[in-house]
Design a binder for this molecule. Structure first.
Ligand code: NAD
Ligand code: USQ
Length: 394
């Protein structure tokens, strides 16, 4: 297949592009380097050094003999997006290219507006490009388990059969997300479902849980193929962050009681889920939803596993929760669709010591401890420009 990976320079997009290329697909990638720009803005860097996109592509060509074709530009530019889709002529488009940090979206009004504009407008431009160039292109879009929030009923895969006043209908599952970032994903999901209904597009919305890990079969072939390892309080996700804290003798930053439950998955399962979704496309007019995670843990359970695996004197801190989120709640989410299509999950117990902790130890001198503690709060103060503006300017 010809597969275009949007956001192909990012944490997940880069290893996905390599995985699809290694499986014999012809891969193109799109990126505007916004993610590298957030690093400069926030004074943060990946724990594991990452090569430039040019160096990455050259290394992949050397290692595999295969070419991945880069297109540099912004999906919010409709002409660029249309031209890339028309030029590359993909069978499938995998769309990772969004601002993906909940804390970043909650910094202040400007960051909330940027996040929703970048994500919603970029996705709309992709939908229009597909409709105009070739409505047969299968869109594989990265959504988020956080779109659902933590309802007091079972979470289904995207759709819910509702009986109301004696009548029954199949409806999009009601969403109650916890940040302006997660809300951008909800807006995307609605726009994509409408495009499937109105124009007959075929789309798969992957409501992915929190990803951990940094290595795939392809990225470990050469240091220039490495993907990012974020551990800072804005872009680092919980498991990766706590692993770096554990090897840096920093108390593990569990927010609130730590009883928040989340679905998680290994980065090797992310790339494999994308391959499976591409090779088993949705039908024309179908808005297909999979919940993409393999195991559920509370945040405190994650911290305890890391403490026990790391050994030594690792302690678990209780940090005032900077977010507004339920920390004791019901959580039961369906996630059978991808397994039925052949996914064989990796488990955290297989990865934690040999891969994650080993990588974190190898690079621990790169960790900046000033990036461990949370820097963005959800709750508005009396400040007209948002709760975090003063801290960030300082
Ligand atoms: P990332 O920030 O590392 O990668 C996103 C890439 O998209 C970056 O390289 C960025 O420069 C690019 N990009 C952003 N806006 C763009 C635009 N307008 N035009 C062109 N390129 C643009 O993020 P990631 O962790 O790789 O996540 C990828 C996707 O997966 C996101 O949509 C995210 O919401 C979703 N997701 C991530 C996780 C996770 O744990 N990392 C979990 C669930 C879902
Ligand atoms: N948390 C801590 N301590 C920390 C960091 C986080 O206790 O040091 C807690 C948070 O309060 C939250 C949970 O861990 O309850 C998850 O936080 P996170 O930052 O790991 O994940 P989240 O903000 O939900 O976002 C990440 C990705 C996002 C993706 C999402 C999947 O950044 O792109 O959409 O995971 S999901 O969580 O399923 O929505």
């Amino acid at each position: 297949m010809r597969i275009l990976v949007l956001g192909g320079d990012g944490y997940l997009g880069w290893p996905t592009a390599l995985h699809l290329s290694a499986r014999g697909h012809d891969v193109g990638l799109v990126d505007n380097f916004a993610r590298r720009g957030y690093d400069s803005e926030l004074g943060a860097t990946s724990l594991v050094p990452i090569a430039t996109l040019g160096e990455r592509l050259a290394a992949w060509h050397r290692e595999s003999g295969r070419l991945v074709v880069p297109y540099i530009g912004d999906l919010c530019d409709p002409a660029f997006t249309h031209d890339v889709v028309a030029t590359f002529a993909p069978d499938a488009i995998v769309h990772f290219a969004e601002q993906r940090s909940a804390p970043y979206s909650m910094i202040d009004q400007a960051h909330a507006v940027y996040t929703q504009t970048n994500n919603v407008v970029g996705t709309l431009n992709v939908l229009y490009a597909i409709a105009e160039v070739n409505p047969g292109i299968h869109l594989v879009k990265l959504g988020s388990m956080g779109e659902y929030g933590t309802p007091d009923i079972d979470i289904e895969e995207g759709w819910l059969e509702v009986t109301h006043n004696g009548r029954t209908d199949r409806m999009l599952y009601p969403k109650r997300p916890g940040s302006f970032y997660h809300l951008s994903k909800v807006h995307d999901s609605h726009n994509i479902e409408f495009a499937c209904r109105a124009w007959g597009l075929a789309a798969t919305d992957l409501n992915q849980g929190i990803v951990y890990g940094q290595e795939t079969d392809e990225t470990r072939l050469h240091p220039d193929l490495a993907t990012r390892f974020d551990y800072d309080a804005v872009f680092g996700t919980v498991l990766n962050r706590l692993v770096v804290q554990a090897v840096s003798d920093h108390p593990l930053t569990v927010y609130g009681s730590g009883r928040q439950t989340r679905g998680l998955l290994d980065i090797r399962d992310t790339v494999e889920c994308i391959r499976i979704a591409c090779e088993h496309p949705a039908s024309p007019g179908e808005f297909r939803v999979f919940n993409q995670f393999t195991e559920e843990f509370t945040v405190r359970a994650i911290a305890e596993k890391i403490r026990d695996a790391a050994g030594g004197d690792v302690t678990i801190a209780t940090v005032d929760n900077p977010r507004v989120e339920a920390d004791a709640h019901y959580y039961h989410a369906a996630h059978s669709g991808l397994v039925e299509l052949g996914l064989e999950p990796h488990l955290l117990s297989d990865t934690l010591v040999d891969s994650l902790l080993a990588i974190a130890r190898q690079h621990r001198d790169n960790a900046d401890p000033s990036l461990f503690d949370p820097s963005v709060r959800w709750r508005a103060t009396s400040s007209p420009v948002g709760p975090n503006a003063v801290e960030l300017v300082a």
